[in-house]
Ligand binder design. Sequence first.
Ligand code: GRG
Length: 285
Amino acid sequence: MLTKADRVNAALDQSIPLAHPIKIHEAMRYSLLAGGKRVRPVLCLAACEMVGGDESLALPMACATEMIHTMSLIHDDLPCMDNDDLRRGLPTNHKKYGEDTAILAGDALLSFSFEHVAVRTPKTVSPDRVVRAIAELGSAVGSAGLVAGQIVDIASEGDEDDLEYIHIHKTARLLEAAVVCGAILGGADDESVERARRYSRCVGLLFQVVDDILDVTKSSEELGKTAGKDLASDKATYPKLLGLEGARRFAAELVDRANGELAGFDPAKAAPLYHFANYIATRQN
Ligand code: GRG
């Protein structure tokens, strides 16, 4: 998986050269190449290989998922949204380049991501599969996907139904699209695509449950307190709803469910995704 992340980093670096107008391309590259775990693109490549495709078939799509993830973080950090100064340990895009450029850098990354898939996906993939993958990606991002999650989050008072809706749309939907698009471009039949989708839904939810657990345990360690910041804030979180131990049990159940969906695939080819669910469950950042 680390090798895949390296390959994604190299492909992302090449995908957006520092061309004229320099300022916008610099701002796009600044956030795109600022680190990050590369979870979505790695999932995309692993899903492509799991169904028997060569990872080159999904590399442009893998990059597109990271471009979209990055643009959502740039916009999420803006003063009109979360108003954050730091991201991945560096000044946020608007702190470095100004709000006007940060908005445009996000817009440009979003539109370029789709262009990149359409233009760069190897011609050995049928146009029908490329179009299906582009449609899947689009629906994960727009007003039924990431944007839906963000707008509900902005208005939410923190109740349980909102919590699930927000997580599914802000976090799980793009992870799902990464896996599903990887499977489509790798040549999967419809049943395999849907099994990969069910796997990704469990992993998407798991990602958020673990995020909430880390928020509690990390801030407890950092502050030397018994209750972390999210237990004290208004925001609904899984540890608040289920208790810390309950949230941990739910995470373990999601790992089992995710891995159960992989049972129908060639075990050697499914191994990276199998270990990935465990990695997400035990990650420390
Ligand atoms: C998508 C058109 C469009 C607009 C943006 C602002 C917005 C709409 C959506 C917010 C989406 C958001 C910030 C979701 C949070 C997702 C999340 C779990 C981020 C953390 O992901 P990691 O842990 O981060 O993969 P790294 O830094 O490792 O990449």
